[in-house]
Design a protein around this ligand. Structure first.
Ligand code: FO1
Length: 308
Protein backbone atom coordinates (compact mmCIF):
# COMPACT_ATOMS: atom_id res chain seq x y z
CA UNK A 1 0.00 0.00 0.00
CA UNK A 2 2.94 2.36 -0.53
CA UNK A 3 1.18 4.17 -3.38
CA UNK A 4 0.86 7.91 -3.55
CA UNK A 5 -2.76 9.00 -3.79
CA UNK A 6 -4.29 12.42 -4.50
CA UNK A 7 -7.98 12.91 -3.70
CA UNK A 8 -10.25 15.65 -5.03
CA UNK A 9 -12.71 16.38 -2.25
CA UNK A 10 -15.53 18.57 -1.03
CA UNK A 11 -16.71 18.53 2.58
CA UNK A 12 -18.08 15.63 4.59
CA UNK A 13 -18.14 12.87 1.91
CA UNK A 14 -14.68 13.80 0.69
CA UNK A 15 -13.34 13.93 4.25
CA UNK A 16 -14.64 10.44 5.04
CA UNK A 17 -13.02 8.98 1.95
CA UNK A 18 -9.73 10.81 2.64
CA UNK A 19 -9.80 9.43 6.21
CA UNK A 20 -10.03 5.87 4.84
CA UNK A 21 -7.05 6.45 2.54
CA UNK A 22 -5.04 8.04 5.34
CA UNK A 23 -5.64 4.88 7.37
CA UNK A 24 -4.32 2.48 4.71
CA UNK A 25 -1.42 4.54 3.26
CA UNK A 26 1.97 5.31 4.83
CA UNK A 27 2.15 8.77 6.47
CA UNK A 28 2.79 11.44 3.85
CA UNK A 29 1.47 9.44 0.87
CA UNK A 30 -1.96 11.11 0.76
CA UNK A 31 -2.68 14.56 -0.67
CA UNK A 32 -6.19 15.99 -0.50
CA UNK A 33 -7.09 18.75 -2.96
CA UNK A 34 -10.07 20.56 -1.52
CA UNK A 35 -12.87 22.71 -2.91
CA UNK A 36 -12.71 26.30 -1.69
CA UNK A 37 -15.59 27.75 -3.73
CA UNK A 38 -17.85 27.42 -0.61
CA UNK A 39 -15.54 29.82 1.27
CA UNK A 40 -17.00 33.08 2.51
CA UNK A 41 -16.49 35.93 4.95
CA UNK A 42 -18.37 36.07 8.25
CA UNK A 43 -17.74 38.48 11.15
CA UNK A 44 -14.77 39.75 9.13
CA UNK A 45 -13.22 36.27 9.16
CA UNK A 46 -12.36 33.99 6.27
CA UNK A 47 -14.26 30.71 6.59
CA UNK A 48 -13.10 27.69 4.53
CA UNK A 49 -15.66 25.02 5.47
CA UNK A 50 -14.45 22.18 3.24
CA UNK A 51 -10.76 22.68 4.09
CA UNK A 52 -11.65 22.65 7.78
CA UNK A 53 -13.93 19.61 7.47
CA UNK A 54 -11.16 17.63 5.77
CA UNK A 55 -8.49 18.89 8.20
CA UNK A 56 -10.52 18.18 11.35
CA UNK A 57 -11.50 14.73 10.06
CA UNK A 58 -7.90 13.77 9.25
CA UNK A 59 -6.79 15.20 12.62
CA UNK A 60 -9.39 12.99 14.35
CA UNK A 61 -11.22 15.93 15.95
CA UNK A 62 -14.28 16.36 13.67
CA UNK A 63 -17.76 16.28 15.17
CA UNK A 64 -18.92 12.74 14.28
CA UNK A 65 -22.63 13.67 14.36
CA UNK A 66 -22.65 16.27 11.58
CA UNK A 67 -19.21 15.65 10.02
CA UNK A 68 -18.13 19.36 10.17
CA UNK A 69 -16.93 21.42 13.10
CA UNK A 70 -15.05 20.12 16.15
CA UNK A 71 -16.20 17.34 18.47
CA UNK A 72 -17.48 18.64 21.82
CA UNK A 73 -17.14 22.29 20.80
CA UNK A 74 -18.98 24.94 22.81
CA UNK A 75 -20.79 27.96 21.31
CA UNK A 76 -20.28 30.73 23.84
CA UNK A 77 -18.88 33.22 21.31
CA UNK A 78 -21.77 32.64 18.89
CA UNK A 79 -24.31 33.07 21.70
CA UNK A 80 -22.70 36.39 22.64
CA UNK A 81 -22.61 37.48 19.00
CA UNK A 82 -26.35 36.74 18.85
CA UNK A 83 -26.95 38.86 21.98
CA UNK A 84 -25.00 41.64 20.30
CA UNK A 85 -27.32 41.52 17.28
CA UNK A 86 -25.25 39.48 14.81
CA UNK A 87 -26.81 36.80 12.58
CA UNK A 88 -26.09 33.31 13.92
CA UNK A 89 -27.42 30.99 11.18
CA UNK A 90 -23.91 29.69 10.51
CA UNK A 91 -23.01 27.67 13.59
CA UNK A 92 -19.40 28.34 14.54
CA UNK A 93 -18.08 26.67 17.68
CA UNK A 94 -15.55 28.33 19.98
CA UNK A 95 -12.57 26.14 19.01
CA UNK A 96 -13.58 26.29 15.33
CA UNK A 97 -13.64 30.09 15.66
CA UNK A 98 -9.95 29.98 16.58
CA UNK A 99 -9.16 28.36 13.20
CA UNK A 100 -10.96 31.17 11.34
CA UNK A 101 -9.19 33.83 13.41
CA UNK A 102 -5.79 32.25 12.76
CA UNK A 103 -6.46 31.78 9.03
CA UNK A 104 -7.59 35.38 8.67
CA UNK A 105 -4.56 36.62 10.60
CA UNK A 106 -2.15 34.69 8.36
CA UNK A 107 -3.95 35.76 5.14
CA UNK A 108 -3.89 39.42 6.21
CA UNK A 109 -0.15 39.01 6.85
CA UNK A 110 0.26 38.09 3.19
CA UNK A 111 0.25 34.27 3.34
CA UNK A 112 -1.45 32.27 0.61
CA UNK A 113 -4.33 29.94 1.57
CA UNK A 114 -1.98 27.05 0.67
CA UNK A 115 0.53 28.27 3.31
CA UNK A 116 -2.24 28.72 5.86
CA UNK A 117 -3.51 25.20 5.23
CA UNK A 118 0.02 23.78 5.59
CA UNK A 119 0.44 25.61 8.90
CA UNK A 120 -2.89 24.39 10.35
CA UNK A 121 -2.33 20.82 9.11
CA UNK A 122 1.12 20.73 10.74
CA UNK A 123 -0.13 22.29 13.98
CA UNK A 124 -2.90 19.66 14.26
CA UNK A 125 -0.49 16.81 13.53
CA UNK A 126 -2.25 15.58 10.37
CA UNK A 127 -0.07 12.94 8.62
CA UNK A 128 -1.35 13.92 5.13
CA UNK A 129 -1.09 16.93 2.82
CA UNK A 130 -4.18 19.13 2.45
CA UNK A 131 -4.23 21.80 -0.25
CA UNK A 132 -6.87 24.26 -1.42
CA UNK A 133 -7.62 23.64 -5.11
CA UNK A 134 -6.79 27.30 -5.78
CA UNK A 135 -5.34 30.27 -3.89
CA UNK A 136 -7.54 32.70 -5.81
CA UNK A 137 -11.05 33.70 -4.71
CA UNK A 138 -13.57 31.53 -6.59
CA UNK A 139 -17.11 31.64 -5.25
CA UNK A 140 -20.06 29.38 -6.08
CA UNK A 141 -23.20 31.36 -6.93
CA UNK A 142 -26.48 29.49 -7.19
CA UNK A 143 -29.34 30.70 -9.42
CA UNK A 144 -32.73 30.03 -7.83
CA UNK A 145 -36.30 31.26 -8.29
CA UNK A 146 -35.44 33.81 -5.56
CA UNK A 147 -32.51 35.11 -7.63
CA UNK A 148 -28.79 34.50 -7.22
CA UNK A 149 -27.62 33.30 -3.82
CA UNK A 150 -24.14 32.94 -2.34
CA UNK A 151 -23.46 29.28 -1.70
CA UNK A 152 -23.72 29.31 2.11
CA UNK A 153 -26.92 31.40 1.93
CA UNK A 154 -28.41 28.66 -0.28
CA UNK A 155 -26.90 25.74 1.63
CA UNK A 156 -27.02 26.66 5.32
CA UNK A 157 -29.13 29.82 5.76
CA UNK A 158 -31.98 28.64 3.50
CA UNK A 159 -31.43 24.91 4.16
CA UNK A 160 -31.15 23.94 0.44
CA UNK A 161 -34.89 24.53 0.01
CA UNK A 162 -34.59 26.36 -3.32
CA UNK A 163 -34.49 24.55 -6.66
CA UNK A 164 -31.15 25.21 -8.32
CA UNK A 165 -31.60 26.55 -11.87
CA UNK A 166 -27.94 27.26 -12.65
CA UNK A 167 -24.57 27.36 -10.94
CA UNK A 168 -21.61 29.60 -11.71
CA UNK A 169 -18.16 29.94 -10.20
CA UNK A 170 -17.42 33.67 -9.90
CA UNK A 171 -13.72 34.46 -10.35
CA UNK A 172 -12.93 31.14 -12.05
CA UNK A 173 -11.57 32.70 -15.25
CA UNK A 174 -8.78 34.41 -13.31
CA UNK A 175 -8.05 31.47 -11.04
CA UNK A 176 -5.62 28.61 -11.49
CA UNK A 177 -4.96 25.39 -9.59
CA UNK A 178 -2.25 25.73 -6.94
CA UNK A 179 1.23 24.46 -7.80
CA UNK A 180 0.93 22.13 -4.81
CA UNK A 181 -2.29 20.61 -6.18
CA UNK A 182 -0.83 20.14 -9.66
CA UNK A 183 2.37 18.64 -8.21
CA UNK A 184 0.35 16.21 -6.06
CA UNK A 185 -1.64 15.10 -9.12
CA UNK A 186 1.55 14.77 -11.17
CA UNK A 187 3.27 12.66 -8.50
CA UNK A 188 0.26 10.47 -7.67
CA UNK A 189 0.05 6.81 -8.66
CA UNK A 190 -3.70 7.23 -8.35
CA UNK A 191 -6.07 10.21 -8.33
CA UNK A 192 -9.45 9.63 -6.68
CA UNK A 193 -12.52 11.84 -7.11
CA UNK A 194 -14.33 11.47 -3.79
CA UNK A 195 -18.11 10.85 -3.55
CA UNK A 196 -18.73 14.58 -3.06
CA UNK A 197 -21.38 16.69 -4.82
CA UNK A 198 -20.32 16.64 -8.52
CA UNK A 199 -21.81 20.09 -9.22
CA UNK A 200 -20.78 22.29 -6.26
CA UNK A 201 -17.92 20.35 -4.61
CA UNK A 202 -16.02 18.63 -7.42
CA UNK A 203 -17.39 20.99 -10.13
CA UNK A 204 -15.40 24.05 -8.96
CA UNK A 205 -12.17 22.01 -8.81
CA UNK A 206 -12.62 20.57 -12.32
CA UNK A 207 -13.58 24.01 -13.68
CA UNK A 208 -10.23 25.56 -12.75
CA UNK A 209 -8.32 26.35 -15.94
CA UNK A 210 -5.84 23.51 -16.60
CA UNK A 211 -7.28 21.06 -14.06
CA UNK A 212 -9.05 18.72 -16.51
CA UNK A 213 -5.87 18.62 -18.64
CA UNK A 214 -3.77 17.73 -15.57
CA UNK A 215 -6.15 14.89 -14.72
CA UNK A 216 -6.15 13.58 -18.28
CA UNK A 217 -2.50 12.46 -17.71
CA UNK A 218 -3.28 10.75 -14.39
CA UNK A 219 -4.84 7.39 -13.50
CA UNK A 220 -8.14 8.69 -12.14
CA UNK A 221 -10.89 6.78 -10.33
CA UNK A 222 -14.18 8.42 -9.29
CA UNK A 223 -16.57 7.10 -6.65
CA UNK A 224 -20.25 7.80 -7.26
CA UNK A 225 -21.91 10.09 -4.71
CA UNK A 226 -25.30 8.88 -5.94
CA UNK A 227 -26.51 5.46 -4.81
CA UNK A 228 -29.80 4.09 -6.15
CA UNK A 229 -30.72 7.56 -7.44
CA UNK A 230 -30.24 9.26 -4.05
CA UNK A 231 -27.42 11.46 -2.81
CA UNK A 232 -25.53 9.95 0.12
CA UNK A 233 -25.77 13.38 1.77
CA UNK A 234 -27.02 16.81 0.74
CA UNK A 235 -28.89 18.03 -2.33
CA UNK A 236 -26.78 16.51 -5.16
CA UNK A 237 -29.63 14.37 -6.53
CA UNK A 238 -32.10 17.28 -6.75
CA UNK A 239 -29.42 19.55 -8.12
CA UNK A 240 -28.48 17.11 -10.90
CA UNK A 241 -32.15 16.80 -11.90
CA UNK A 242 -32.95 20.53 -12.01
CA UNK A 243 -29.76 21.19 -13.98
CA UNK A 244 -30.85 18.67 -16.64
CA UNK A 245 -28.63 15.71 -15.69
CA UNK A 246 -29.75 12.24 -14.78
CA UNK A 247 -29.82 11.88 -10.97
CA UNK A 248 -27.96 8.59 -10.99
CA UNK A 249 -24.43 7.18 -10.97
CA UNK A 250 -24.67 7.24 -14.79
CA UNK A 251 -25.48 10.96 -14.74
CA UNK A 252 -22.39 11.61 -12.61
CA UNK A 253 -20.21 9.39 -14.80
CA UNK A 254 -21.23 11.49 -17.83
CA UNK A 255 -19.94 14.63 -16.06
CA UNK A 256 -16.56 12.95 -15.45
CA UNK A 257 -16.24 11.10 -18.78
CA UNK A 258 -13.23 13.08 -20.04
CA UNK A 259 -11.15 12.79 -16.85
CA UNK A 260 -11.92 9.39 -15.36
CA UNK A 261 -10.52 5.94 -16.27
CA UNK A 262 -12.49 4.01 -13.68
CA UNK A 263 -15.85 4.64 -12.03
CA UNK A 264 -16.82 2.93 -8.78
CA UNK A 265 -20.55 2.38 -8.24
CA UNK A 266 -22.33 0.91 -5.26
CA UNK A 267 -23.68 -2.64 -5.36
CA UNK A 268 -27.18 -1.13 -5.59
CA UNK A 269 -26.22 0.31 -9.01
CA UNK A 270 -24.57 -2.76 -10.57
CA UNK A 271 -27.17 -2.72 -13.37
CA UNK A 272 -25.84 0.67 -14.59
CA UNK A 273 -22.37 -0.77 -15.28
CA UNK A 274 -22.84 -1.45 -19.04
CA UNK A 275 -24.13 2.09 -19.75
CA UNK A 276 -21.26 3.62 -17.75
CA UNK A 277 -18.71 1.39 -19.52
CA UNK A 278 -20.04 2.63 -22.85
CA UNK A 279 -18.77 6.11 -21.83
CA UNK A 280 -15.24 4.68 -22.12
CA UNK A 281 -14.39 3.94 -18.50
CA UNK A 282 -13.91 0.76 -16.47
CA UNK A 283 -16.62 0.15 -13.86
CA UNK A 284 -16.09 -1.51 -10.49
CA UNK A 285 -18.97 -2.44 -8.20
CA UNK A 286 -18.19 -2.13 -4.47
CA UNK A 287 -20.01 -1.39 -1.22
CA UNK A 288 -19.48 2.39 -1.19
CA UNK A 289 -21.61 3.60 1.73
CA UNK A 290 -19.21 4.59 4.55
CA UNK A 291 -21.02 4.21 7.89
CA UNK A 292 -18.02 3.34 10.07
CA UNK A 293 -14.29 4.09 10.12
CA UNK A 294 -13.84 0.45 9.08
CA UNK A 295 -16.02 1.02 5.97
CA UNK A 296 -13.87 4.03 4.99
CA UNK A 297 -10.62 2.08 5.27
CA UNK A 298 -12.01 -0.98 3.48
CA UNK A 299 -13.26 1.10 0.53
CA UNK A 300 -9.89 2.87 0.30
CA UNK A 301 -7.99 -0.43 0.49
CA UNK A 302 -10.09 -1.96 -2.30
CA UNK A 303 -9.63 1.10 -4.55
CA UNK A 304 -5.85 1.00 -4.01
CA UNK A 305 -5.84 -2.75 -4.79
CA UNK A 306 -7.71 -2.14 -8.07
CA UNK A 307 -4.74 -0.07 -9.17
CA UNK A 308 -1.99 -2.35 -7.76
N1 FO1 B 1 -23.41 23.30 7.78
C1 FO1 B 1 -24.68 23.46 8.17
O1 FO1 B 1 -25.58 22.85 7.60
N2 FO1 B 1 -25.01 24.36 9.17
C2 FO1 B 1 -24.06 25.07 9.82
O2 FO1 B 1 -24.40 25.85 10.72
C3 FO1 B 1 -22.69 24.86 9.45
C4 FO1 B 1 -21.65 25.52 10.10
C5 FO1 B 1 -20.33 25.23 9.75
C6 FO1 B 1 -19.28 25.83 10.45
C7 FO1 B 1 -17.97 25.56 10.10
C8 FO1 B 1 -17.68 24.68 9.05
O3 FO1 B 1 -16.41 24.42 8.71
C9 FO1 B 1 -18.73 24.08 8.35
C10 FO1 B 1 -20.05 24.34 8.70
N3 FO1 B 1 -21.13 23.74 8.02
C11 FO1 B 1 -22.41 23.95 8.40
C12 FO1 B 1 -20.88 22.82 6.91
C13 FO1 B 1 -20.63 23.47 5.58
O4 FO1 B 1 -20.86 24.81 5.44
C14 FO1 B 1 -21.21 22.72 4.38
O5 FO1 B 1 -21.39 21.36 4.66
C15 FO1 B 1 -20.26 22.82 3.22
O6 FO1 B 1 -19.98 24.11 2.83
C16 FO1 B 1 -20.71 21.98 2.02
O7 FO1 B 1 -19.63 21.22 1.69
Amino acid sequence: MSKRVAILAGGVGGAKMAHGFQHVLPAGNLSVIVNVADDFELFGLRISPDLDTVTYTLAGIADPDVGWGIRGDTHRALEMLGRLGAETWFSIGDSDLATHVRRTQLLRGGALLTDVSRSIVAALGVPSHIFPATDQAVRTIVQTDEGELDFQAYFVQRGQRDEVRAVRFAGNDLARPTEAALAAIGAADLVVIAPSNPIVSIGPILALPGMREALAHAATTAVSPIVAGRALKGPADRMLATLGHEASALGVARLYADVVDRFVVDEADAALAPDIESLGMAVTVLPTVMRTNGDRAELARRIVMLNA
